[in-house]
Design a binder for this molecule. Structure first.
Ligand code: PGA
Length: 244
């Protein structure tokens, strides 16, 4: 694992955007694995700036998002479809047919998940996968005690995740209790992984994922076995790290 310590959220966002941009410059038809949540918003802003400055071009890029809430339609303002359109896709020249996000309202969820993994494979695999991390160490929506062998699947969300996500919803009842998520197996097949974490709330999860033992209770710990992981952490999220 390559640990890149930065001072703050801005520096984390700029470095992450530079890594994605470099990948796109090296391979114009790159396959991007994208994440949602608060963490990557700054990175998307930087990518839009680079696009507006004509430094990067999304016309041949394909994207696959990590996850989507079960039961939310694309136009629901809390859906990750909506988030991605708002934060990135509506602002750059990516082709609609090259955008892939799991459908939270697919009739046949199993088929939706299986065909998602198949589509990733047919696209040649993910060149660079962006990840955030949950306070419980989840990546995507792979919650503690996950099966490391699982591909894309339907997940019951952990209590901590539901609590953490409730900040985006008006009431606890509205917070989805399950989601579709790329599995650990799918994530681990990405060629390059960039994990982003900022803020003290993530310090314990980062410490356990990097310094702890590899175990299903800390899903992100599996990344220790991947041969090209870059972890960009600000000082607050890195504060418990040892030897880095
Ligand atoms: P956050 O979520 O970026 O909103 O903190 C990260 C995650 O839960 O994976």
């Amino acid at each position: 694992m390559r640990i890149i310590r930065v001072n703050d959220y801005d520096e984390m966002s700029k470095k992450a955007a530079s890594m994605v941009a470099s990948q796109m410059i090296l391979k114009s038809d790159s396959v991007l694995g994208l994440a949602t949540g608060d963490t990557p918003i700054g990175m998307y802003k930087e990518l839009v700036k680079l696009y507006n400055n004509k430094e990067i071009d999304f016309s041949d890029v394909k994207s696959f998002n990590l996850d989507e809430y079960y039961g939310l339609s694309d136009d629901n303002t809390q859906s990750y479809h909506y988030y991605m359109m708002n934060n990135l896709f509506n602002k750059v020249n990516i082709k609609r047919e090259n955008i892939n996000i799991l459908s939270g309202i697919a009739k046949d969820i199993e088929k939706e998940c299986l065909s998602y993994d198949e589509k990733i494979k047919n696209a040649g695999g993910i060149d660079i996968q962006i990840l955030g991390i949950g306070v419980n160490g989840h990546i995507g929506f792979n919650e503690p005690s996950v099966n490391f062998e699982a591909g894309t699947h339907l997940v019951n969300l952990d209590k901590k995740t539901i609590e953490s996500n409730s900040r985006f919803f008006e009431s606890m009842e509205e917070v989805p209790k399950s989601a579709l998520s790329m599995g650990i197996k799918t994530i681990m097949q990405s060629k390059v992984i960039v994990l982003l974490a900022n803020g003290e709330a993530k310090a314990e999860a980062i410490y356990k994922s990097i310094n702890g033992k590899i175990c299903p209770e800390v899903p992100a710990s599996i990344l220790q076995l991947h041969n090209n992981v870059n972890v960009i952490v600000d000082e607050a999220a890195a504060k418990l790290l040892k030897n880095y």
